[in-house]
Write a protein that binds this ligand. Structure first.
Ligand SMILES: Nc1nc2c(ncn2[C@@H]2O[C@H](COP(=O)(O)OP(=O)(O)OP(=O)(O)O)[C@@H](O)[C@H]2O)c(=O)[nH]1
Length: 353
């Protein structure tokens, strides 16, 4: 994950302390004007290099971040006390460019004062060096808030779920208690991976399976054989895709747009028995809203709990693509196969001569 290895960002205080204490040590090793010169050089270099490293540690959002992570970052990054326009990836970029400015400024101060520490008496040199230190400290203090917020952004992004946006992905949606997590656990051997999303209290369910885990021996085709070694990702999104769009807050809506970049196939799970506590009508409305939003990918409507089919309403007719029961296992594989078939993920085969 691209944000995993971001280093901690120093605070302005830590940076000033580090620069000046190293400078003092460098000064002690020498005498006279040379000591003053060495102190200035050490302090300016440490400040300039450390600030530059803060900036270069970040990936380029435009070129290196998958749109899924870009949007997710944009949703998550909330600058404290900032207006809406001042949050998200743009605000982070703004802070990074302030820090880059401070790094350059530190070098300029070095260049400006260096000549003043030559060919002069020691008292004047010391006075200039102190002046330069005051200005260096001032520059670092000017980006104090930027450094703090960059570090917060780093902490928030580092903990993002281990989702690989390049992997073919099936996203599962539907009201609470319709059987989404039972389904995900069932098809991924109940390994029960979960990953935490910063904007919902519920962990998102995440699982993997391989093409080879599907089709029974008797039904194998050339096409299914090609999928054998493909790893698929299946994602359950409680707290996001389990309610109607107008019930989502702004951050949640943005997270859903991020998921649009992730999904290769969408399964909307219904519980027509109504045991989940939501009337079928509402469930179908949610399905329609999701189908509208995810229009770029195949969306299947899956009626779960077919073992409770005697309690299914008549108006379900024609509203779903497949029926299954996670409880009894009926049709579960078929649903998964349909999803995989719809993704029709063609691996890049090695070039054959
Ligand atoms: N009868 C029957 N019950 C099922 C079936 N699938 C799931 N259930 C039950 O339905 C309940 C809800 O299932 P979950 O998998 O937790 O539902 P969910 O949609 O993930 O719910 P949230 O995590 O709240 O979003 C559980 O008690 C399951 O045992 C099924 O096919 N038939």
């Amino acid at each position: 994950m691209i944000f995993e290895d971001l280093p901690t960002t120093p605070t302005s205080e830590e940076l000033i302390d580090k620069a000046f204490s190293r400078a003092a040590r460098a000064g002690k090793a020498k005498g006279g004007l040379e000591a003053q010169q060495s102190m200035l050089q050490t302090a300016a270099n440490i400040i300039s290099d450390n600030l530059e490293n803060v900036v270069t540690a970040w990936p380029d959002f435009e070129y290196d971040a998958h749109p899924f992570y870009y949007e997710l970052a944009d949703a998550i990054l909330e600058k404290p006390d900032a207006a809406d326009a001042d949050s998200g990836v743009d605000a982070l970029r703004q802070s990074l460019s302030e820090v880059m400015w401070a790094s350059r400024k530190a070098r300029e101060i070095h260049e400006e004062y260096q000549p003043k520490l030559r060919k002069t008496d020691i008292d004047t040199a010391r006075k200039h060096r102190k002046q330069a230190f005051a200005r260096l400290a001032d520059i670092v203090e000017q980006v104090e808030d930027d450094l703090l917020w960059i570090n917060e952004a780093r902490n928030a992004l580092r903990d993002l779920p281990e989702i690989d946006p390049e992997e073919p992905t099936i996203v599962v949606a539907g009201y609470p208690n319709v059987g989404k997590s039972s389904f995900v656990n069932d098809v991924t051997n109940a390994r029960g991976e979960t990953a935490s999303y910063p904007f919902t209290t519920k962990g998102i369910g995440l699982g993997h399976f391989e093409g080879a885990d599907l089709s029974a021996e008797s039904e194998r085709t050339e096409r299914s054989a090609m999928r054998d070694h493909i790893r698929y990702q299946i994602v359950d999104t409680p707290g996001l895709l389990d309610r109607k769009p107008d019930e989502r807050n702004e951050i949640e809506s943005q997270a859903v747009s991020a998921i649009e970049h992730l999904a290769d196939c969408m399964l909307v799970v219904l519980d027509p028995s109504g045991e989940c506590g939501y009337p079928l009508e509402s469930q179908l409305e949610l399905r329609d809203a999701i189908a509208a939003q995810f229009e770029a990918v195949p969306v299947f409507t899956i009626a779960n709990k077919v073992d409770r089919a005697e309690g299914w309403p008549d108006d379900l007719e024609g509203e779903y693509d497949r029926a299954m029961s996670v409880e009894t296992g009926e049709n579960v594989e078929r649903v998964l196969e349909a999803a995989v078939e719809a993704i029709d993920y063609e691996p890049e085969l090695p070039f054959e001569e």
